[in-house]
Design a protein around this ligand. Structure first.
Ligand SMILES: *[C@@H]1O[C@H](CO)[C@@H](O)[C@H](O)[C@H]1NC(C)=O
Ligand SMILES: *[C@@H]1O[C@H](CO)[C@@H](O)[C@H](O)[C@H]1NC(C)=O
Ligand SMILES: *[C@@H]1O[C@H](CO)[C@@H](O)[C@H](O)[C@H]1NC(C)=O
Ligand SMILES: *[C@@H]1O[C@H](CO)[C@@H](O)[C@H](O)[C@H]1NC(C)=O
Length: 405
């Protein structure tokens, strides 16, 4: 893909050298190459510096691997410099003003990738693209390659994360032998291939000195994960299922459908969890808020199912309910806040007459059953509000955490 891009880019330049004859070119070529050795820097006075101009372009981003903490991308470099040994008088060669040479026939600036994860230091040499030399000694060279470099990836905000990856490209010659002048990074090249998962938000290139008198340049890519896929496939179903789980408390325990409703939702949860685990980056030291949120909702779901089972059990048993004092207090508090239900409470307590509020107990079985039902109804209501607030709280905290980063 990289080579294709470069070829497309410079194809237009290859067919133009037409005015000069074959023998002119041959003569020029023999004269030029006879007296040069690519080993030495192309300055006649060897104490001078060779100044190499570089334009960096990002051709594609192939992959970002969270587990390996790596990014694979194609970077292209367009370099030009003055080669003092490759100059000629145009008139002596039938007007030939430019010629192409193979990379091994002339001096080349050597670049290596500083933070590469592969063993490919010759990345910028073996791409077979020719050098373009003009009669004033200006050499233009397109190079680049597909490289895999290390990139620390923080998935806390997954799937709304942005990552900053840097590719350090350094040279083999010291600063007094070769200097680099950087031109701005050229990303939105027409050959740039968009990645389906990551959007390239911004990119920059800066010159840095990492080791003494060995300046290098750092290409920084700011990437944003495209999160729509995760919203549709993970987040929305999770939120819906968690919410529906709480509706358990709205189903009357007598209907007999309550437990099956809870359990089937829990099963849906498990299925969702396993599909989610597949798409999640498999890391342990660095857990995303989304994962924590999903597990919170799952445990809430388990808890709801357990409580529902107990409630259904109590509802179906004939023995009267001995409600502890603190529980009664909560139930009474919840009742008193709702003015619309005060009436029903009054009729209820009227019926019980002077009976002790503390026990809800009655010697008659029928009356105890209705009292039980009443308590359970109120308990369901309280639990519904408790769990819906827990659900809202966890959701809000999760959103806040994601937004704050
Ligand atoms: C070399 O570069 C010059 C100037 O950019 C251009 O006019 C010429 O066509 C190029 N020649 C080849 C063979 O690419
Ligand atoms: C390069 O050579 C071609 C044909 O030989 C010519 O048309 C073109 O103008 C040259 N470019 C430069 C920059 O000399
Ligand atoms: C080509 O090389 C020959 C032999 O060194 C030399 O005599 C001739 O002047 C050269 N031609 C040019 C144009 O430099
Ligand atoms: C090379 O350049 C340096 C500094 O520019 C100068 O001092 C030295 O004399 C030059 N050497 C030759 C052989 O021209």
């Amino acid at each position: 893909m990289f080579l294709l891009s470069i070829t497309v880019l410079i194809y237009g330049q290859f067919y133009m050298c037409a005015t000069s004859s074959y023998s002119d070119k041959l003569k020029l070529y023999s004269n030029l190459t006879a007296y040069i050795n690519p080993r030495f820097r192309p300055v006649l006075n060897q104490t001078h510096v060779v100044n190499v101009n570089v334009v960096v372009s990002v051709l594609s981003i192939t992959e970002i691997n969270e587990r390996e903490q790596s990014i694979t991308c194609s970077i292209g470099l367009t370099c030009w410099w003055v080669d003092e040994t490759l100059r000629w008088d145009v008139s002596q060669y039938g007007g030939t003003s430019n010629i192409t040479l193979f990379p091994n026939e002339a001096w080349l600036p050597e670049f290596i990738v500083g933070n590469t994860l592969r063993n490919d230091h010759t990345l910028f040499v073996d791409n077979g693209l020719k050098l373009n030399v003009t009669n004033s000694g200006i050499v233009t060279w397109h190079t680049g390659g597909n490289m895999k470099t290390s990139c620390p990836i923080d998935i806390s905000n997954y799937p709304f994360d942005t990552q900053t990856c840097s590719i350090i490209i350094t040279k083999t010659l010291s600063d007094d032998e070769m200097d680099i002048t950087l031109y701005s990074i050229d990303v939105k090249l027409f050959t740039y291939f968009e990645n389906e998962e990551w959007a390239l938000v911004r990119s920059s290139v800066t010159k840095e000195t990492i080791i003494n008198s060995l300046s290098s340049f750092k290409v920084t890519l700011f990437l944003k994960r495209r999160s729509l896929f995760y919203i549709i496939n993970i987040i929305l179903p999770m939120v819906m299922v968690s919410f529906m789980n709480i509706l358990c408390f709205k189903i009357p325990p007598r209907s007999g459908e309550r437990i099956s409703y809870c359990v089937s939702l829990l099963l849906t949860f498990v299925v969702l969890l396993s599909t989610t685990a597949e798409t999640m980056p498999k890391m342990s030291d660095n857990v995303s808020y989304l994962q924590i949120y999903i597990y919170c909702q799952f445990w809430l779901g388990c808890f709801i199912t357990t409580i529902s089972a107990i409630i259904v059990k109590v509802d179906h048993s004939d023995t009267h309910l001995n409600v502890p004092r603190w529980c009664q207090l909560i139930l009474c508090l919840s009742q008193s806040t709702k003015t619309s239900k005060v009436e029903s409470l009054e009729t209820n307590s009227d019926r019980k007459g002077s009976q002790d509020m503390e026990t809800f107990s009655s010697p008659v079985d029928d009356e105890s059953a209705t009292a039980n039902q009443d308590v359970l109804k109120r308990l369901d209501e309280v639990l519904f509000y408790i769990f819906i607030s827990l659900f809202a709280l966890t959701t809000i905290i999760c959103i806040a955490l994601v937004l704050s980063n």
